[in-house]
Design a protein around this ligand. Structure first.
Ligand SMILES: [Zn+2]
Length: 465
């Protein structure tokens, strides 16, 4: 998961709200911390020694001790990793299942680069440090402990609840794809992967805003290439691959895709626009929510990188490679253009648009994307909206709860591409300056644990009863 929501936090005009002291679930809170630390100590990184199967085993053991039949928890090994499926049978077989999704693998972390060993979780100053603190082993532990708490309380779901944890979300994304195929008939997916959902005020540390995400942009890479017969640089041809590719890239760089909205981003601009302290940004967000052809609003939004990503498809050159000798006419010049495609478009159509924008007949373009698929925006369902607002307001009363779109990719894309609505609903609240997913010294405030259990037990029971 990628950084997103915090760019917005810096400009919020809201007064922070106090958090409720919630210690309603002491057993689950203790278990979430213990299980979280246990699986964070496992090096679930792709490659030799990948301990993702050990993470799966630890989660299975917790579920079985918490009342799941051993036969209802399945671990499927795949290459050096594994995925986990745990079922809690609902009382009404006519209802489609609710899938709770997460991933057990983490991004590589090198001991030499960190202040502490990334795979020895440490508690210090109210934070839990270690790889997976926010992305996303604590989230896994919170979700699993909340499910165990629901069973402990005697809850009986009407709808079958499936915990589906992938094992390679940070790399190949094959297991998420397999899980989505298997549960293509699900009612919906709640994904616990933190994407900057809860925002804490930088100064006071109090919760100010919560966003949940029902759509994500589609990741794509296109390779642009110009070739040339080449030759000695003392006898230059008039056509030069580097010059031709450069001309094409200048036009691609200047090209703007048509600004657009879906139900989620319209709601996002309308509701978070009201919270902006910068009058120009506030005006632009509200104007864009109402009219996606408002040139002035588009100009302001395009100037803020996060907002530019929210108003439509973006494509930027990210790498170039050209030439084979300093004294030769270049035979080949290639560039990678990385696109983040607005939901509702196919990569092939965006590629055709880029080719036209480049206006260079000698240039070829091909899709070299790996591990991604186009997915539509999920509907802004009123039952989901109500359940999330209720759960957040149980622990943070009065806080704005805003639907949004993720700029990065998650396992949800596999489900959405099969027609299953998917929502990112992590209950973590973090300051922008403390958010280090994929980075060094990843950490999570321990104060998240009690409210997260209250949130999950409310949300999961509401959407499965
Ligand atoms: Zn993640």
């Amino acid at each position: 998961m990628t950084m997103s929501r915090f760019v917005l936090a810096a400009t919020l005009a809201l007064a922070p709200l106090p958090a409720l002291a919630a210690t309603a679930h002491p057993l689950a809170e203790a278990q979430a911390l213990e299980l979280g630390q246990k699986i964070m100590a496992m090096r679930s990184v792709r490659g030799p020694g990948n301990e993702t199967p050990k993470v799966a085993a630890a989660i299975r053991d917790a579920l079985v001790a918490g009342g799941w039949a051993a036969s209802d928890v399945e671990i499927v090994p795949m290459d050096d990793t594994a995925y986990l499926v745990a079922q809690w049978q609902g009382s009404d077989p006519k209802l489609k299942p609710l899938v709770l999704s997460g991933h057990m693998d983490v991004v590589e972390a090198k001991r030499a680069d960190w202040q502490r060993d990334p795979f020895v979780p440490v508690i210090e100053d109210g934070f839990l440090y270690g790889r997976g603190a926010t992305d996303m082993k604590i989230d896994d532990a919170l979700m699993v402990s909340s499910m165990i708490e629901l069973r402990r309380q005697g809850f009986r779901p009407r709808r079958t609840i499936i915990i589906a944890l992938s094992g390679d979300e940070e790399t190949l994304m094959k297991t998420g794809q397999i899980l989505a195929e298997r549960f293509a008939g699900a009612e919906m997916v709640l994904n616990a992967d933190f994407d900057g959902n809860g925002v804490l005020d930088e100064t006071s540390g109090k919760p100010v805003l919560y966003t949940w995400h029902g759509a994500e942009k589609t990741y794509a890479d296109f390779e642009l290439e110009v070739t040339n017969p080449g030759g000695h640089s003392s006898k230059p041809r008039l056509d030069n691959a580097i010059v031709q590719l450069s001309e094409a890239l200048v036009r691609v760089g200047a090209y703007r895709f048509k600004p657009e909205v879906n139900d989620l981003t319209r709601a996002y601009f309308a509701s978070s626009g009201l919270l902006q302290s910068d009058p120009a940004m506030r005006k632009a967000m509200l104007a864009f929510a109402a009219d996606q052809t408002d040139r002035e609003a588009i100009g302001v939004l395009t100037g803020a990188p996060f907002m530019y990503g929210m108003i439509g498809t973006t494509c930027i050159p990210t790498m170039v490679s050209a030439g084979h000798a300093i004294n030769a006419q270049p035979q080949r010049a290639t560039a990678n253009v990385n696109c983040r495609i607005f939901p509702g478009h196919q990569p092939a159509d965006i590629m055709a648009e880029l080719k036209a924008a480049a206006a260079m007949p000698q240039m070829t373009i091909r899709d070299v994307t790996e591990g991604s698929i186009a997915s539509p925006a999920s509907p802004l369902r009123s039952d989901v909206k109500a359940a999330i607002e209720k759960a957040i307001h149980k622990v943070y009363p009065g806080i704005p709860v805003i639907p949004a779109m993720s700029l990065g990719a998650s396992d949800n894309m596999w489900y959405r591409s099969k027609g299953v609505p998917g929502y990112i609903v992590s209950p973590l609240f973090v300051k922008a300056s403390d958010y280090h997913s994929h980075g060094l010294n990843e950490k999570v405030p321990l104060a998240n644990i009690p409210p997260a259990i209250t949130y999950y037990t409310s949300l999961i029971s509401d959407l499965s009863k």
